[in-house]
Design a protein around this ligand. Structure first.
Ligand SMILES: [Zn+2]
Length: 584
């Protein structure tokens, strides 16, 4: 019975010609060997699975081969080649620096370097993951690396070139390995499938290749896994089910809903995807990649950048022809913003749903999310929609212009009978909506600094001039927005901000009782947001101080006022008693 060998091993390249996706690099190496211009140290850089170690082994075999092919590849037949292929050649020494990174390991290696080859011309020392060497090991190695015996070639390999110290870099000839393209991988997988007598749809191999993320070794392992459970026939469906890959059909359906400005379908499709257990962040990236593919599918010249089967490509071309480049660009940009904001967002599903709603608005005749922020507000769901919890419908007339409708708990409808805040003031420059969500509330300069590394395009803080009068006006406007919040209303009516002479844009608010202070503190994020937007100034802050002294008449209730007046003025008391006045 034939022994089963995993494909990653069985199809490990044994010649430069069989290395997948590194043609330029292998021809340079072959050329160096043919012209006998060998460096004594090479550094192979590139992500995992791109063929660094394979190339190093082929290189070692080739420079010792006594009968190289016309193409500059090893013959695989001479004594040396056979010893290499059997793993018995003494002319190749491999050290995995990830697990052997001590000074002693390097000293042992340096000792071996002194031994000349008994047969063959060169001894090749491969140090894998060389960035893992300790710094003392590096130092112990430097001198040997600088002046090795003439029969020695070092090949250092690393996935993290930036961790290699300059003294090593300057002593090596550097080769940067490409990520292996999907196309190259699919071709190679097709070759392997044919060799193994397995029927495989090219689109299925495409799914396997994208899952492998640039690493050929992984692609071959995944291929084995799918082949094992597909009973000799790998189909697109079996591949996506086996690998739990999100079907591109979902993205196609979503883009249709964006084109038709169909928010309900977009949200329901997203729910279906979540119900299948797919991660929302992966979903955003998948959607972004799909839209990017649509973009390059629009042009004949760039169509080759999409690697998929003919049928899918045809469907994508049809869909792409319905999209303008501007739409696709804006959609990509929105996906990118959502990707950047994802990690910070506390409400991940909300962030994705917001993204989908925005995408559905891009082609709407009067988009909410137009770039200038001046677009008329349009219902995002149909008026007759029964989805009561999604009725974010509103109109410009009864909406405070500067209240961002997307920030949770911030947007509030003015109460009947309460005048809408002044909307004649020029709108502040619209800032990216997602940022108002993530840094809602007190945009103090300190918080802004902390947030900066993640928020790549955070807008600068606004600092427009304003007067105390305008500040008080905005204060009162906010107070009047929701008359049902009695405590907040009363507190804001009784206590007005007073300029802090020591701190610019800082105002002290003196509060009478602890409950009031708590309530106002709860309100603070929304209040600050409102004031900042009203006055186009993000520097304004409030300090709440509890009044230790006697309570001020401005906070008295009506009953207290009457009691006080009665105390002070006997006539008033008589007047109240005579008329039998009472407060009910
Ligand atoms: Zn040979």
């Amino acid at each position: 019975m034939e022994k089963y060998i995993v494909s990653a091993r069985k199809y490990r390249p044994s010649t430069f010609a069989s290395v997948v996706g590194q043609t330029a690099l292998t021809s340079t190496l072959k050329n160096a060997i043919a012209t006998d211009k060998l460096a004594h140290a090479y550094l192979f850089c590139g992500s995992r699975g791109v063929g660094k170690t394979s190339c190093a082994r082929i290189f070692a075999k080739t420079i010792n081969c006594t009968n190289r092919t016309a193409d500059g590849d090893p013959c695989n037949e001479c004594d040396s080649c056979r010893a290499f292929n059997a793993g018995s050649s003494l002319n190749i020494v491999e050290l995995d620096a990830a697990s052997n990174n001590s000074v002693d390991d390097i000293r042992a290696l340096v000792d071996q370097v002194q031994v000349a080859p008994t047969n063959g011309r060169y001894r090749v020392f491969i140090i894998d993951e060389v960035h893992m060497l300790s710094s003392s090991a590096f130092n112990a190695f430097l001198k040997t690396l600088e002046e090795p015996p003439s029969y020695v070639v070092f090949i250092l390999a690393t996935t993290e070139k930036h961790k290699i110290i300059p003294t090593i870099l300057s002593r090596c000839q550097i080769f940067d390995f490409n990520r292996i393209t999907i196309n190259d991988m699919v071709n190679h997988l097709e070759y392997v499938a044919n060799n193994e007598g397995i029927k495989a749809e090219r689109s299925a191999l495409g799914v396997i290749a994208s899952k492998a993320d640039g690493a050929m070794r992984d692609a071959l392992s995944i291929f084995d896994q799918v082949a094992a459970s597909s009973r000799g026939e790998i189909t697109y469906r079996s591949a996506i089910e086996n690998l739990n890959v999100l079907d591109a059909a979902y993205f196609s359906r979503l883009v249709d809903s964006f084109i038709e400005c169909d928010v309900p379908t977009a949200l329901l499709t997203y729910k279906e995807i979540r119900d299948h257990g797919f991660d929302s962040h992966a979903f955003i990236n998948g959607l972004a990649a799909y839209i990017r593919d649509l973009m390059v599918t629009r042009e004949e010249s760039t169509r080759s950048l999409v690697d998929t089967d003919e049928a899918t490509l045809k469907l994508m071309s049809e869909q792409a022809s319905k999209c303008t480049p501007t739409f696709l660009y804006q959609a990509m940009s929105l996906c990118n913003d959502a990707d950047l904001n994802y990690r910070q967002a506390t409400a991940k599903t909300f962030l994705v749903e917001l993204l989908l709603i925005k995408l559905c608005q891009l082609l709407s005749p009067s988009p909410i999310f137009s770039g200038d922020g001046e677009g008329q507000l349009k219902p995002i769901m149909s008026e007759t929609s029964t989805g009561a919890d999604m009725t974010a419908t509103t109109t410009a007339a009864n909406k405070p212009a500067s209240t961002p409708m997307t920030a949770p708990n911030v947007a509030r409808e003015p109460r009947p009978g309460v005048p809408a805040p002044d909307i004649s003031r020029p709108r502040p420059t619209r800032r990216p909506i997602l940022h108002t969500v993530s840094i809602i509330g007190n945009r103090s300069s300190q918080q802004q600094q902390e947030a900066t590394p993640q928020i790549v395009n955070a807008p600068p803080l606004r600092e427009s001039p304003y007067t105390l009068e305008q500040l008080i006006k905005a204060w009162n406007e906010y107070r009047d927005l929701d008359l049902t919040k009695r405590i907040v209303y009363n507190t804001m009516r009784a206590s007005k901000p007073v300029e802090n002479p020591d701190k610019k844009h800082c105002y002290t608010v003196t509060i009478e009782i602890e409950t009031q202070r708590e309530k106002l503190e709860e309100e603070m994020p929304n209040l600050l947001k409102f004031i900042h937007d009203k006055l186009s100034n993000d520097h304004i802050t409030f300090e709440l101080e509890l009044n230790d002294g006697p309570s001020s008449p401005s906070t008295w209730s009506e009953r207290e006022i009457i009691a006080h007046l009665s105390e002070e003025n006997p006539n008033f008391k008589k007047f109240v008693q005579a008329l039998k006045l009472s407060l009910t």
